[in-house]
Design a protein around this ligand. Structure first.
Ligand code: UFG
Length: 339
C-alpha cells in the first residue's frame, strides 16, 4: 500500500515515514521544506534502508498534487503539512489561515476527484479549549481557540466532518496530538526548530547544549501538584506508530473519528526538567517567570478510544523521551544544518 505524507519531512512526518516503511508501506513524501530540511530524506533512508519518493512541492497547489496522483497509486493520505507556531499565528493570523486551510482544501479536493478515500489529519489537543476537565475525552465539546493556529485545527476538523457527512465512502481519522517530544533512538532524525524554540523540550535540550543559558519556567501558580503547567508528553516514535494504526483503520472503515494520541499521564514542567537531569546526568539552570498567555493548568489525554479502535498505546517512558531528545540534540547541535 502507498501512503502520501504531506509535510512528511517535518518532525512528526519523518518519524511516521520511518514507522510506515518498517511496517511494509510504500511512502511518498510531499513537502515544500518551509520548516524542514531535505537531508531528512537521506536520514530516513539511512534508518530504514529504503528511500521514500520525495516531491518538493506546496500541497496547496493543485496541479502539483495531481502530478503525484498521476505518477503513483495512492491508497491513503496523512496530512501533516501546515504551520504550527502558536505565537507566530497570533502575530500573523492570515499566514496560518491561508496556508493551513489552502493545503487541506486542495488535498480534500484531489482525494475526492481521484477516488482515494482514506485520510489521517494532524489535529491537536488544542481543540479541547480550556473549559473541559482532564483527562480530555474525544466526545467532549471542542472549545474556542485563543490563537489562529488552534482555530485552523478546529476549522479543519469541522471541514473534514462536513466532507464525511456528504460522502458515504469517505474515511478520516482526526488525530489529536498531545505533546510530542523525544526523537528516533538512532539520533538521525528529530525536532529542528527554526530560531528560539517555543516548546519546552527543544528549549531544555538547547539549554543543555549551551545555546540558551537557562530555561524560563512559565508560571508557578497553576492548579497542579507543583504549580507548573502539566502536559501529556508522548514519544514521537509512539506517536508515529499511532499514525500507522490510524491509516490502517482509515483504509478499512468509513466515516470520521477523532482520536487522542497521548500517554494518559500528565507531567509538570519541573517533572520534565528533573527527568531530563536524571536521565542524562546533567543540570539544567532554570529561572521562574510569569505565566505564558493562553496556557492551561493541565492537559492530558483519555487513551481508551485509541486502544479500542486502533489497538495502540504509547510505550516509551518520560526517561526514554529525555534520553532520546538529548541524543538527537548532542549528535546534531545545529539540527540538520551540520552534516
Ligand atoms: N514551558 C515553559 N518554558 C518554555 C516553554 C514551555 O515553562 O520555555 C511550559 C509551558 O508553559 C507549558 C509546558 O511547558 O506548561 C509545555 O509547553 P509547550 O510550548 O511545549 O507545549 P504546549 O502544551 O503549550 O503546546 C502544545 C503544542 C501546540 C498545541 C498546544 C495545545 O506545541 O501545538 O500544545 O494543545 F497547540
Amino acid at each position: 500500500m502507498s501512503i502520501l505524507l504531506t509535510g512528511g519531512a517535518g518532525f512528526i512526518g519523518s518519524h511516521t515515514a520511518v514507522e510506515l516503511i518498517n511496517a511494509g508501506y510504500e511512502v511518498i513524501i510531499a513537502d515544500n521544506l518551509a520548516n524542514s530540511n531535505k537531508k531528512v530524506i537521506d536520514r530516513i533512508e539511512k534508518i530504514t534502508g529504503t528511500r521514500p519518493k520525495f516531491y518538493e512541492i506546496n500541497v496547496a497547489v493543485k496541479e502539483d498534487v495531481y502530478k503525484i496522483f498521476d505518477e503513483n497509486h495512492i491508497d491513503g493520505v496523512i496530512h501533516f503539512a501546515g504551520f504550527k507556531c502558536v505565537p507566530e499565528s497570533t502575530r500573523i493570523p492570515l499566514k496560518y489561515y491561508r496556508n493551513n486551510l489552502d493545503t487541506t482544501l486542495t488535498i480534500l479536493e484531489v482525494i475526492e476527484e481521484r477516488n482515494c478515500r482514506a485520510l489521517v489529519f494532524s489535529s491537536s489537543a488544542t481543540v479541547y479549549g480550556d473549559k473541559n476537565p482532564v483527562p480530555l475525552k474525544e466526545d467532549m465539546p471542542t472549545g474556542s481557540s485563543t490563537n489562529a493556529y488552534g482555530s485552523t485545527k478546529l476549522m479543519i476538523e469541522n471541514i473534514i466532518k462536513d466532507v464525511s457527512r456528504a460522502s458515504k465512502d469517505f474515511s478520516a481519522v482526526l488525530l489529536r496530538y498531545f505533546n510530542p517530544i523525544g526523537a528516533h533512538p538512532s539520533g538521525l532524525i528529530g525536532e529542528a526548530p527554526d530560531g528560539i524554540p517555543n516548546n519546552l523540550m527543544p528549549y531544555v535540550t538547547q539549554t543543555a547544549i549551551g545555546v540558551r543559558d537557562h530555561l524560563n519556567v512559565f508560571g508557578t501558580d497553576y492548579n497542579t501538584h507543583d504549580g507548573t503547567g502539566v502536559r501529556d508528553y508522548i514519544h514521537v516514535v509512539d506517536l508515529a506508530k499511532g499514525h500507522v494504526a490510524a491509516i490502517k483503520y482509515a483504509t478499512e472503515h468509513v466515516g470520521v473519528e477523532a482520536i487522542n494520541l497521548g500517554t494518559g499521564k500528565g507531567s509538570s514542567v519541573l517533572d520534565v526538567v528533573h527527568a531530563f537531569e536524571k536521565a542524562n546526568n546533567m543540570n539544567i539552570p532554570i529561572e521562574y517567570g510569569e505565566r505564558r498567555p493562553g496556557d492551561v493548568d493541565a492537559s492530558y489525554a483519555s487513551v481508551e478510544k485509541a486502544a479500542k479502535l486502533l489497538n495502540w498505546h504509547a510505550e516509551y517512558t518520560l526517561e526514554d523521551m529525555c534520553k532520546h531528545s538529548w541524543n538527537w540534540q548532542k549528535n546534531n547541535p545545529n539540527g540538520y544544518e551540520d552534516k
